[in-house]
Each structure stands twice: as C-alpha cells, then as structure tokens.
Design a protein around this ligand. Sequence first.
Ligand SMILES: Nc1ncnc2c1ncn2[C@@H]1O[C@H](COP(=O)(O)OP(=O)(O)OP(=O)(O)O)[C@@H](O)[C@H]1O
Ligand SMILES: [Mg+2]
Length: 266
Amino acid sequence: MIGNPKIAKLTVSGLAFGYAEQMVQHDVSFEVKTGSIFAVMGVSGCGKSTLLKALIGLLRPSTGSVRFDETNYWSLDDRGREEMGRRFGVLFQGAALWSSMTAEENVALPLEMMLSKLPKAAIDRLVQVKLSLVGLIAGRKARPADLSGGMRQRVGLARALSLDPEILFLDEPSTGLDPISAKRFDDLIVELRDGLGITIVMVSHELPSLFGICDDGIFLDAETQTAIAHGSPKLLRETCVHPTVRAFMNRAQPAEKTNGNGHVAQ
Ligand SMILES: Nc1ncnc2c1ncn2[C@@H]1O[C@H](COP(=O)(O)OP(=O)(O)OP(=O)(O)O)[C@@H](O)[C@H]1O
Ligand SMILES: [Mg+2]
C-alpha cells in the first residue's frame, strides 16, 4: 500500500446535509485513512449519494466540516474548491456516461476540460492509458448502450481516474452486475488502491464487496437520520447489535458456484 495508512485522507465532522425541503442526515462524523477502502452503507434512500455530493462539492452541507489532508474544503473559496476538486475522482451511481459519446470520448471529456492546453495526441494517449488501466481497450469505440453493465462501470471508472485522483468516490459501482463481473470490479478497485495508493470511498449494498474489500465504514440510518454504526463491514456483521445493521448484514447472499475446491468458478 502506498501512502501512510495511519494518516487521515478525509475527516468529516458533525456534518448535516439535505435539500431545501428535507434534512437528510445530521451529526455525521468519520475518518477515512490514506490508502483505505471505506464503505458508506445504509438502506435505500437514507442519504448515501447525498453524502457523496456533500463530500465532492455538489451540495453545501448546512453544518460541519469536510477536511481533505486537513484542509477544510467548504471554507475554501470557489477557486480553492475547484483546485481541490481536481484531486477527486467520482464514479456516479449508474456510471452517468454521456450516451452520445464513445467510451474514449467519455474518458477524454474531463481531460479536455481541465487540461485544455494539452495537444489532442497527448489527451488521446492519456485516454488509452486510463482505458487500459481498467482493461477496456477493446470497447473504446463503443457507445454506452452497446457495452455491458460491467464495461459501462469500467468506462465510468476510467473517466473518474482521468485526472489521477488521490481519492476516488464510487457510488454503487457493482450494483446490477453479475457476481463474476462484480468480483472483477472489486479486484480492480483493490489493484487501484494497492498499485496507485488511491484512497477509496465506496457506497455499496453488495455484501461480497463490503466483506471482501472494505477496511472500514459507516452505516447511515434513514429513521434517525444519522450514523448508527462505524467499523469494517465484517466487524459490524459480527458485533453490531442494532437491528437495522443486523438485518442489512445478515440478509441471505446468493449461493456462489464453486469448482469443488471451494473456489468461486470463473
Ligand atoms: N435532488 C434532490 N432533491 C430533493 N430530494 C432529494 C434529491 N436527491 C435525493 N433526494 C432525497 O434525499 C433522500 C436521500 O436520497 P439519496 O439518493 O442520497 O439516498 P441513497 O441512500 O443514495 O439511496 P439509494 O440507495 O436508493 O441510492 C431521499 O429521501 C431522496 O428522495
Ligand atoms: Mg444512492
């Protein structure tokens, strides 16, 4: 693992956030260590995606602070926030690709916007590097509608990686994927963390991903509108007594096909 895992990359303190007509969560505090994979968990509608919006600058929290490397993001001016934002990569829920653009055009877009002085050949080269990082060179000329769900998520991931982020925010990256594609996607996330030292904040409902790759996490509750548990998904499964967390962690997982040696068939 690259970086110092003891140092917090992201520190969230007393955060309250919501929309004009509705408060979503309040008093949310947690710390994401450098080079860790941090899970944001909770039932549908509890505010996971809204929390990500408050972390990446799309929604101003009503109170509390979000610190990256100790800098208070929401106390920066517009320019400071924009500069800080270049250090984030985001894979939105459902990948949110531009449907009229090919995979490579989707990945090129942030580069063209942020590095407008770079010649086209250099941008093309960077796009190829990012697509090969996620194993998607073959599908680079295809439009999102012609790609599988797993490939679309990979394009979204390549786009999120386009500006070499220090921290990646992934909103349900493997939801809707078959178990094998989901496992491959999880392996890719771990490779990015181990190989590039990227810190990862991941919203997920997928138990194999949560138990398989997440080091730490937070569980948001829709009813009380705050965090009701902190810790790695495995630890929460074993020790958390809150009925909502228990129901979430202990729901039945789909049976995996094994090859007789206890390994998942590929
Ligand atoms: N743009 C918006 N304007 C107003 N309310 C919103 C907006 N987006 C989400 N909400 C509401 O905020 C609450 C939290 O929504 P959010 O999308 O953050 O939940 P979530 O935990 O990500 O859910 P899911 O697991 O289904 O993706 C919900 O009640 C939702 O209806
Ligand atoms: Mg969501």
